[in-house]
Ligand binder design. Structure first.
Ligand SMILES: [Zn+2]
Length: 285
């Protein structure tokens, strides 16, 4: 029996006729796309950068056959860009994550994995592998293209360690965020502002509660597991890895405060709410 005849016979019953209309039953479904709503934007709100912490063959195997995936994979030697998941679909790269109040960011982000070994722990301490400029030269135009197509500003490009600071370190302290910022695909604090705030602080470290307020306003989640005591330290370390990679021990200090103040407008003027500085401090206009 042909599909069309079967469709017709089933349609003799009133109930099934309704079903036929609802399902379109073959070729009946017609949608007029001549109208379009002005109120819409991309489902993509963030671009999340990762390293694979493995070599190319293992990364390809994991990301194509495993439980995790990413929209793009930037290989090395040669630095090929693979698209593994269509941008309209969800890739499984972010996991339990949060940024600017949004959570579980797989649904609202594009994930880019870069083949890179990450670090190795040695008796002398943790050693991070340097980045391959050929891969960064592929990444930058890819980010420019993604941001342009989805109408996103450069601050929407963030690292896995930003959205999951309690459990992730990628893309790590050697990742060239400043170079990305110079190419317009990430942000970096304005040096003059950092210097200005450092001079105002004069070596004084604001209270931890101020750091938590400003880090939260920047985007980080300060949520902690019951009984966890190092949650804020992990968030400060994630921020330092990205913007002050020379030292990312998670300890609050005046330089970190100045960088944070330069990135979070209005936050410096609020230090007084958290402390009793002898002199009133003025924010930049
Ligand atoms: Zn990651």
């Amino acid at each position: 029996m042909s599909g069309r005849l079967s469709c017709l016979l089933r349609g003799l019953s009133g109930l099934l006729l309704l079903g036929m209309l609802l399902t379109g039953c073959g070729r009946g479904l017609v949608i007029d796309t001549s109208l379009s709503a002005r109120g819409q934007d991309s489902r993509v709100q963030y671009v999340i950068l990762h390293y694979t912490s493995s070599d190319s063959a293992r990364a390809i195997n994991t990301l194509t056959l495993g439980e995790v995936s990413s929209h793009y994979l930037i290989d090395v030697n040669p630095p090929t860009i693979y698209r593994l998941v269509d941008e309209n679909r969800r890739a499984w790269h972010a996991g339990d994550s949060s940024w600017q109040g949004r959570t579980w960011l797989n649904a609202s982000s594009i994930g880019i994995e870069i083949v890179h070994p990450g670090y190795r722990d040695t008796p002398q301490g943790r050693q991070w592998y340097p980045w391959d400029q050929d891969q960064i030269d592929k990444l930058i135009p890819l980010l420019q293209d993604i941001l342009q197509r989805h109408g996103l500003p450069p601050e929407r490009v963030i690292g896995h360690s930003d959205i999951a600071p309690q459990r992730k370190l990628d893309p790590g302290p050697l990742f060239p965020w400043q170079q990305l910022a110079e190419a317009g695909v990430a942000i970096w604090p304005e040096p003059a502002r950092v210097t200005h705030y450092q001079q105002l602080l004069a070596g004084q470290t604001p209270p931890l509660a101020w750091f938590e307020m400003a880090l939260g306003r920047f985007g980080y989640s300060l949520a902690r597991q019951p009984g966890q005591t190092d949650a804020t330290r992990n968030v400060i370390a994630a921020f330092q890895m990205r913007f002050r990679p020379a030292r990312y021990d998670g300890q609050p200090d005046a330089e970190t405060a100045a960088i944070l103040a330069a990135l979070v407008p209005g936050s410096f003027a609020e230090i007084g709410r958290f402390t009793h500085l002898a002199e009133p401090v003025n924010d930049l206009p």
